[in-house]
Design a protein around this ligand. Structure first.
Ligand SMILES: *Cc1c(COP(=O)(O)O)cnc(C)c1O
Length: 401
C-alpha cells in the first residue's frame, strides 16, 4: 500500500516513515533539518587518541546520552572499528540499546544502579556496573547469589569530585568488603576528575595523589590487583601519567577540545554538523517586527529567510539574536526570537536566496566553521551541553567527508 503525496518541493514520498531512509535518494530535499554525523572524522579522532596512549592502555569511548547526541549505535560501531575496546554509558537502557543492536564489546555503566530489577537486567544484558557504596555492593551480591550469577564490577572512588563513589579515605575498607562478597568480581577501581580542563593542574594533581594513595593501601592489604582508570578527555590530553590501564574519552571522541590550552595535543575533527533548509524568503519593510515579542524590528527594508529548525530541535532559544549561521559560505545573522520549530535570518546580502537552500548552523561551509564551542561561549555553558541537545527530533545522516 503506497500513500503517495506530493510535497511542496515536488518530492514524492510514499510515507512519512520512509522519509529519512530516502534522504540520499532525494538529495535530502524532503528534510527541513538534520544532523550530519561524519564517521570518517569519528574514526580519525579515535585513532588520534589511541596514538597518544601506550599500547597497554585501553580506550573506552563514552557513548552516554545517545553518544552526546550523535547516535549511540552508529557511533559505537565506528569507534570499535577504530581502536576503542570499551564503551561507557550512563544508564541501563543506554547499555541495552547497544546490546540489542548486536554490539558485544564490554560496556561499563557509569551511573549508579541499585534495585534487584536493575541488577538482573545488568546481568542479563552482560553490562558491567559501577559500585559506589557498601550498601550497593551488598544489594548486588544478594540479588546475584539468588540467581547464582557472578558479575564483573567496577569500584568507584570519590577523590574530590563529590559525586558518585566512596571517599578515597575509606577505599581500602570498601574494596576489602566487596572482595569478600560472593558473586562480585572486581574488574577495575576508578575515579573521576573535577577540574581536568583547567589550565591550573593543582586540584587534578591532588585528586591523582589521593587515587594513588588509595590504590597503594589496597595493594598493601594484599587485595587483588585490578584495572585502574581516571582520565576523561581533558586528562587524556593533559598528561600520559593520568592514562593508567584505560581512559574514558567522551568529548574528544566527538572532535571537540575540552579546553583551549589542550588544543595542540592531537588533531581532532568535529563529528557533528547541524543543517536546515530555507523554507520561505520574503522582503519586510523598515519598522516591521520579527517573531514573538518583536525583539527584533527591521531598521531598514530587508530580506528575511525562514529556516525550518528551532529550539525543539536543539537550537537553544537563548541564542536568539546572538548566533550566526552559514549560507553559501557566508556568515548570516539570526534575527528575532528563535521559535520552537523555526528561526529567521537576515539575508539582505543574499538577494537571490532560494527556498530549499542549505543553512549550516553547526559545521563547515566553505571557509567558515561554526563550532559548538562558539554557541557555548555565547550562552555561558559548555560544548558538552550543546551537543547533547541534538537528540530527539532531527534525523541523523551518516556521512564521510
Ligand atoms: C561522561 C564521563 C566521562 C567522559 O567525559 P569527557 O569529558 O566527555 O571526556 C568520563 N568518565 C565519566 C565517569 C563520565 O561520567
Amino acid at each position: 500500500m503506497v500513500d503517495t503525496a506530493k510535497t511542496p518541493m515536488g518530492v514524492s514520498l510514499d510515507s512519512n516513515s520512509n522519509l529519512i531512509s530516502r534522504v540520499s535518494a532525494y538529495g535530502g530535499l524532503c528534510q527541513r533539518a538534520w544532523v550530519e554525523i561524519d564517521l570518517a572524522a569519528l574514526g580519525h579522532n579515535v585513532r588520534q587518541l589511541k596514538s597518544i596512549l601506550s599500547p597497554q592502555t585501553a580506550l573506552m569511548a563514552v557513548v552516554k546520552a545517545d553518544a552526546y547526541g550523535h547516535g549511540a549505535v552508529t557511533v559505537a560501531r565506528t569507534v570499535l572499528q577504530n581502536g576503542a575496546s570499551w564503551l561507557g554509558v550512563a544508564t541501563i537502557p543506554e547499555g541495552i540499546e547497544l546490546r540489542e543492536a548486536g554490539i558485544e564489546a564490554p560496556i561499563l555503566i557509569l551511573g549508579a544502579t541499585h534495585t534487584p530489577e536493575q541488577i538482573r537486567a545488568i546481568a542479563y544484558w552482560k553490562l558491567q556496573p559501577t559500585i559506589c557504596t557498601p550498601q550497593q555492593a551488598l544489594a548486588f551480591s544478594e540479588t546475584l547469589s539468588v540467581s547464582n550469577l557472578t558479575l564483573p564490577v567496577h569500584i568507584k572512588l570519590d577523590t574530590g569530585m563529590s559525586r558518585l563513589g566512596t571517599s578515597w579515605q575509606q577505599a581500602a575498607e570498601f574494596v576489602q568488603l566487596v572482595n569478600t562478597l560472593p558473586n562480585l568480581q572486581i574488574a577495575s577501581i576508578y575515579s573521576h576528575l573535577a577540574t581536568a580542563d583547567s589550565p591550573d593542574p593543582t586540584v587534578m594533581k591532588q585528586q591523582q595523589q589521593r587515587y594513588e594513595d588509595a590504590i597503594a593501601q589496597i595493594k598493601s592489604l594484599g587485595l587483588p590487583s585490578t584495572q585502574l582508570h581516571l582520565a576523561n578527555s581533558a586528562a587524556i590530553l593533559s598528561s600520559p601519567t593520568l592514562h593508567y590501564d584505560m581512559v574514558r574519552a567522551g568529548l574528544a571522541t566527538y572532535g571537540l577540545y575540552p579546553a583551549e590550552h589542550l588544543q595542540r595535543v592531537v588533531e581532532l575533527k568535529p563529528v557533528m554538523q547541524v543543517k536546515a533548509r530555507v523554507t520561505q524568503v520574503k522582503t519586510i519593510t523598515a519598522g516591521t517586527g520579527v517573531s514573538y515579542g518583536y525583539q527584533f524590528v527591521a531598521d531598514r527594508d530587508m530580506r528575511l529567510a525562514v529556516v525550518g529548525i528551532g529550539y525543539a530541535d536543539g537550537v537553544p532559544r537563548n541564542l536568539s539574536h546572538k548566533m550566526k549561521v552559514a549560507i553559501r559560505g557566508q556568515l548570516v545573522r539570526q534575527v528575532g526570537a528563535i521559535t520552537m520549530d523555526q528561526l529567521m535570518l537576515d539575508v539582505s546580502d543574499l538577494p537571490d536566496l532560494q527556498v530549499g537552500e542549505v543553512v549550516t548552523l553547526l559545521g563547515k561551509d566553505g571557509d567558515i566553521q561554526i563550532l559548538a564551542d562558539d554557541w557555548a561561549a555565547s550562552l555561558g555553558t559548555i560544548s558538552w551541553e550543546i551537543l547533547c541537545s541534538f537528540k530527539h527530533r532531527l534525523p541523523r545522516v551518516a556521512v564521510s567527508h
